[in-house]
Design a binder for this molecule. Structure first.
Ligand SMILES: O=C(O)c1c[nH]c2c(Br)cccc2c1=O
Length: 461
């Protein structure tokens, strides 16, 4: 673990983004070194001497999770923030019966079909605290052979005097984190909210993009979901003149119902926010949209085989209503990072240059392509309806040395030797679906014509 310590040190110096992928079992070591972390690395004593932690997530395996902490930390207070209700809440709490240090906080889900997707760790040490925002469930398989994203904060030192307003960064990280946690209105989070206000988070360089369930109006409408992203891009994003012909890329592992056509929400609302820029967006140029979603064969030939598709829950009943969406799709390909066969559970969004050398911004988040996650405008655009809890971090060049753009690459060799090239999880240019052959992965239909990596077929239901 001392090696890890060195790596972290070197890495923080080498690459200011502190954006990692998860380690993948079964690929060459070089793809699992400085750019990749396992959950045990995040929880390691090299990151700090843990006093208490709080784990926000969707799926939990409590005994497995406790085992990922170093043994000297396994009895420290652990708060689990989840969205389970009724019997599944009882089942989850029963899993922790043997762990007297584990407490639970049930996130309110009053909007139908809402989920608690947010994946975040609050790690309190004796010397300060860290925030980790990522995309993996707290189950073994999510950390084994998938492509997942992790942002780890710097160590935030404790302040002499607690303050909810002092100790913030130029990106309003601390204020946004406190706003997000307060939105739960959960008494179990009170101590963590107080804890955060006692820390100096002025070194945070990312912008929090969160979603909380509700019908948000007035100022709150621009505090969450795609309207928050829009506002931040209008204030701190690229100038419209630079990016007006640049595509928007969305990459995700699940998809909601988009409505009857692309104008209903995808291009008429969501893309308008993701293509926001400073200096206003000329209405004429509706930007190019490119989406990355695995094909059936990407899944079949993956390291996990068809079972990888168990975490890519795109239903045929949703897909058949929105065939227009599939024209935007591109394959999952990550040769540069050695992860073409490590199926994506990461969700990322970016605005790359046509020559694929730059991006105007990069977002890693729990939010899939769905109205539930990003929000849908209602009442003539006066309210934003969000069903789920989500959180992500936005990287803007302005806050990383006042640049206009990030250099980007997914090529491991390039990334290993460079200091501030943004590490992309997948390859640019994107790879088209093969016409007449490729279909998007759907998890609830059988595939019996060709065997997967393990020689198996897929017969759901
Ligand atoms: O937020 C997440 O991480 C996820 C949310 N919903 C899922 C369903 Br439904 C089925 C299988 C996997 C997931 C999942 O991974």
């Amino acid at each position: 673990t001392s090696r890890f310590h060195v790596v972290t040190k070197v890495y923080e110096l080498a690459q200011p983004f502190s954006f990692f992928l998860t380690k993948v079992a079964g690929i060459a070591d070089k793809y699992n070194s400085t750019l990749a972390l396992d959950i045990k690395d995040i929880l390691s004593a090299d990151m700090g001497n843990l006093v208490a932690s709080c784990q926000f997530n969707y799926m939990f395996d409590i005994p497995w999770l406790v085992q990922q902490y170093p043994k000297e930390f396994r009895s420290k207070p652990l708060l689990i923030v989840h969205g389970e209700q009724g019997p599944s809440k009882t089942t989850l709490e029963a899993e922790a019966i043997d762990y007297s240090n584990v407490r639970f906080c049930q996130a309110k889900l009053e909007m139908l079909f809402g989920t608690h997707h947010t994946k975040m760790m609050l790690l309190q040490y004796d010397t300060g605290m860290r925030v980790v925002i990522h995309t993996s469930n707290l189950i073994k398989q999510d950390w084994h052979q998938k492509t997942q994203g992790i942002w780890i904060s710097p160590l935030f030192p404790k302040m002499a005097k607690p303050s909810a307003t002092e100790g913030d960064s130029t990106t309003h990280f601390k204020r946004n984190l406190l706003e997000y946690l307060s939105a739960y209105k959960a008494y179990q989070l009170k101590d963590w909210i107080n804890n955060i206000s006692e820390h100096d988070m002025s070194t945070a360089r990312v912008v929090i993009i969160g979603s909380v369930p509700g019908r948000h109006t007035g100022d709150q409408m621009k505090s969450w979901g795609h309207m928050k992203l829009k506002r931040v891009l209008q204030q701190h994003g690229p100038s419209n003149g630079v990016v007006k012909n640049w595509p928007v890329i969305g990459q995700f592992s699940s998809i909601g119902s988009m409505g009857a056509n692309k104008e209903a929400w995808l291009c008429g609302e969501w893309l308008q926010s993701l293509s926001a820029a400073t200096g206003g967006t000329t209405l004429s140029s509706v930007p190019l949209l490119k989406l990355v979603f695995p094909t059936k064969d990407n899944v079949r030939c993956s390291l996990e085989g068809f079972p990888a598709g168990g975490s890519i829950p795109y239903s045929i009943n949703v897909a058949k209503k929105q065939m227009f969406l599939h024209d935007f799709f591109h394959q999952w390909r990550s040769e540069g990072q050695g992860r073409s066969r490590a199926m994506p559970h990461i969700k990322t969004y970016l605005r790359p240059s046509p020559d694929n050398q730059k991006t105007a911004w990069f977002l890693v988040t729990s939010a899939n392509l769905s109205k539930a996650a990003w929000g849908a405008l209602e009442k003539k655009g006066t309210q934003l309806m969000i069903r789920s809890y989500e959180i992500g971090v936005l990287f803007l060049p302005k806050f990383f040395g006042g640049k206009d753009l990030f250099d980007v690459s997914s090529n491991f060799e390039m990334l290993k030797s460079s200091t501030d090239v943004f590490p992309l999880p997948f390859d640019l240019p994107l790879t088209d679906y093969i016409k007449g052959k490729d279909r998007p992965w759907m998890w609830d239909i059988p595939y019996m014509d060709l065997p997967d990596t393990n020689g198996n077929i897929w017969c759901p239901g």
